[in-house]
Design a protein around this ligand. Structure first.
Ligand SMILES: *Cc1c(COP(=O)(O)O)cnc(C)c1O
Length: 443
């Protein structure tokens, strides 16, 4: 498979090059030259022949990697990536939840981060030059990337986070590892962190000294493996007549865009619901036809506090060819307030004894809103929403009445013990020059 920039489809590069570069020179995103269509028989076999999940994921991802990585190695990356379960549970009627929070950092980003780490480890063995990953985080990305790349030889990770913008658990996940993981606390906002990262990618002096890549969901090696979730859900739900509907709590729209790719490849999905908090650029775009990002509002589903979703161009320009009617046929989008979110978490707990986290709650609300619009009561439609994080990760944002009900997962218990030794973290002002001087001074 070859990749090109969304702004220019004349220059093609390999999977390896696109992963190592992260973002295109022209500032836009890489997309594949075409979307491979899977065999109908394969899609059927997923359910009827009970193919194992590693085989399924191999078939899905292989065309995107081609000969860049040998099959046996891709297989190993997939096995390492999917070393925890992805349970699908029935909440009520035809509403199901796909739990994506059983990985080491309790959020779905573990899959993309671990897959990307596997790919980069292979590329390092080939090029034998140290690879530096520069990443800005508002919380979950940092932890997943730190865990995914921990002790990977030849790769170092520099994580910039806003000094008072992330939870104490998220901070521990980033700062307690050491080794090849270098956390940097920036006295500023997430946007400041993001700006420093962006500037570094176009700075000539930095580019001379470093092989720099990003680990945000714009990187194709983090973006594409997210297709796995949808194939796994399809397999787990087993035999069914209706096509599926997925509701995805969305911030940067990387996850949902991967889901839409899996549909284009042939997975029988009716359409997607992008559920957001009040940072509602996309719901407004679908309603009024005007793309107008506003200033970011803080919410209790803060992993989705994003007003200009960086993966949306892949949906709009690449998957929908900038055709508004196409977009409307593939995607519904609704926004929800914190009040609605909290009310729903309590209601679902009281009625169905399931604890949603604030992000998953928004996914659930997306399904409810859609069904209300079509006046249906879950009768024949199979609807699945994604639970993107464990509620313990957002404990401070959960309704008070429920906090005691949330059980600490065993993986976290071990981690919290280890994390008791606080490491000293380097703190830095939010201007690019200080960061650049520090970066150039360390090699
Ligand atoms: C990152 C994140 C999201 C948003 O995912 P996108 O792919 O950026 O749309 C939703 N929920 C949680 C818990 C996250 O960490």
């Amino acid at each position: 498979m070859l990749y090109h920039s969304l702004k220019n489809d004349n220059n093609f590069i390999s999977f390896e090059k696109a992963v190592l570069k992260g973002l295109c020179q022209d500032g836009s995103l890489y997309v594949p030259k075409y979307i491979p269509i899977l065999d109908n028989k394969f899609i059927k076999d997923i359910i009827t022949k009970e193919l194992d999940i590693y085989k399924i994921c191999m078939t899905v991802i292989k065309p995107y990697i081609g000969e860049c990585i040998p099959d046996s190695y891709i297989d190993q990356i997939i096995r390492d990536t999917l070393s925890f379960p992805f349970p699908l549970k029935k909440i009520h009627d035809n509403v199901y939840v796909l739990e994506l929070f059983h990985g080491p950092t309790l959020a779905f980003k573990d899959v993309g981060a671990r897959f990307m780490a596997g790919c980069l480890s292979f590329f390092y063995k080939k090029i034998r030059k140290k690879i530096t990953i520069l990443v800005a985080t508002s919380g979950d990305t940092g932890g997943a990337v730190a865990q995914g790349f921990y002790k990977k030889s030849g790769i170092e990770v520099i994580i910039l986070y806003p000094y008072n913008g992330i939870s104490s658990l998220q901070k521990k996940q980033i700062t307690s590892l050491g080794e090849n993981i270098f956390p940097l606390e920036i006295i500023g906002s997430f946007d400041d962190c993001q700006n420093i990262v962006k500037k570094s990618f176009t700075d000539r002096e930095i580019q001379k000294k470093y092989i720099l890549t990003s680990a945000n969901s714009i990187n194709i090696a983090r973006w594409l493996p997210q297709m796995f979730y949808y194939f796994l859900a399809y397999k787990t739900i087993g035999k069914h007549d209706e096509k599926l509907i997925f509701s995805v709590p969305s911030g940067n729209f990387g996850n949902i865009c991967a889901g839409m790719m899996s549909k284009e490849m042939g997975l029988p999905i009716k359409f997607f619901i992008a559920s957001t908090n009040i940072n509602d650029t996309i719901p407004r775009f679908l309603k009024y036809g005007e793309y107008k990002p506003l200033t970011v509002n803080r919410t209790i589903s803060n992993a989705m506090d994003i007003s200009n979703p960086n993966n949306f161009p892949r949906i709009w320009n690449f998957l929908c060819k900038e055709n508004f009617y196409q977009l409307k046929s593939k995607l519904f989008s609704y926004r929800f307030t914190d009040k609605e979110t909290l009310y729903t978490i309590e209601k679902v707990w009281n009625k169905h004894k399931y604890i949603l986290d604030p992000h998953g709650a928004i996914g659930y609300l997306g399904i409810k809103r859609y069904l209300k619009e079509i006046n249906s009561k879950f009768s024949s439609l199979k609807t699945i929403f994604l639970e993107t994080a464990h509620p313990i990760k957002f404990l401070d944002n959960m309704p008070l009445s429920l906090r005691d009900e949330i059980k600490v997962p065993s993986t976290l218990k071990v981690f919290l013990k280890k994390g008791e030794i606080e490491k000293k973290v380097l703190s830095m002002s939010n201007d690019f020059t200080s960061f650049k001087n520090w970066l150039l001074g360390r090699v």
